[in-house]
Design a protein around this ligand. Structure first.
Ligand code: 13P
Length: 291
């Protein structure tokens, strides 16, 4: 069942849990994300990032995501991740995406407000939910997978709680992506999350909050973040890292006798599915499955 970003985040709000948002730029990741939602009974967000278009073009992966979500027994949202161009957002919404993120975090504040408001109007006309980002994670989602480091090293700017209040009121966004110490890509050392930033944003605003750069965070910090108002956690890098390692092991064991379609895709799918299942259960934060 395909539902709206607002509705899937209200399920998270009602249950004090977070919904996993998995990037799915390969059939293995897409199948793993849907199977985990169907098998666990927890809702999942299937995300396509604009920056992944060279590997997974929207016009091919987008209709596949929408069709599979529509016919699934699981509760799913099909979401556009880190979109920087409104024309690209229009294409995704027009093919049936039910949520979109406008990422204006790299723009001067007033330009971020103006473009996020345009995105809000566009999403409203498709009855889709809108996520926007304030502050900056530093590292980009489509950057190299080992780009992350720490929030300080990647030039992150934490979300300002007072500015967040104004930003939400002026843009009409539905959910807010916050920068509070996570980064995209691989961490070098332990991430240090600033829960005060989250708590202050949440005290001033009642919108669901989003953690980007969700992989590599400890289970304890996931739970603390959820209890502080995080309702959507974006997770991708560590899943594909583990899948890559599993493929490497397979090649090491079987030498040159590895078939791409059968051996490699199966081991990648199984590794992604097991890892996605693990995080979905942590993000549920004790809530019962829906189905
Ligand atoms: P990771 O790189 O930590 O998996 O985060 C993914 C993400 O935030 C996508 O928007």
């Amino acid at each position: 069942m395909l539902i709206n970003l607002r509705d899937i985040c209200s399920i998270a709000e009602q249950n004090n849990m977070a919904i996993a948002s998995f990037n799915v730029p390969s059939f293995e990741a897409l199948r793993a994300a849907i199977d985990v939602a169907e098998q666990t009974g927890y809702p999942v967000i299937l995300s396509h990032a604009e920056g992944h278009d060279p590997f997974a073009p929207l016009d091919k992966i987008g209709p596949t995501m929408v069709a599979l979500a529509e016919r699934s027994s699981a509760t799913l949202c099909v979401h556009l991740d880190h979109c920087e161009h409104l024309s690209y957002m229009y294409k995704a919404l027009n093919m049936g995406f039910t949520g979109a993120m406008f990422d204006g975090s790299f723009l001067p504040y007033e330009e971020n407000v103006a473009n996020s408001s345009r995105a809000a109007d566009m999403c409203a006309s498709f009855d889709a939910g809108l996520e926007c980002e304030l502050g900056s994670m530093g590292s980009r989602e489509a950057g190299s997978r080992d780009e992350g480091g720490t929030a300080q090293e990647s030039g992150a700017i934490y979300t300002d709680p007072d500015q967040a209040q104004e930003f939400i009121a002026r843009t009409g966004l539905d959910i807010l992506a916050c920068s509070f110490g996570t980064v995209h890509g691989l961490y070098k050392g332990e991430p240090h999350l600033n829960f005060d930033v989250l708590t202050q944003i949440r005290e001033r605003n009642n919108v669901p909050l989003v953690m980007h750069g969700g992989s590599g965070v400890s289970d304890e910090d996931y739970v603390k973040s959820i209890n502080a108002g995080i309702r959507k956690i974006n997770y991708y890098t560590y899943g594909v890292k583990y899948a890559g390692e599993a493929v490497e092991r397979l090649v090491g064991e079987k030498g040159g006798k590895v078939a791409y379609w059968h051996d490699m895709t199966t081991v990648a799918y199984e590794t992604l599915r097991d890892d996605f299942e693990k995080v979905v259960k942590v993000f549920a934060n004790g809530a019962k499955p829906l189905a």
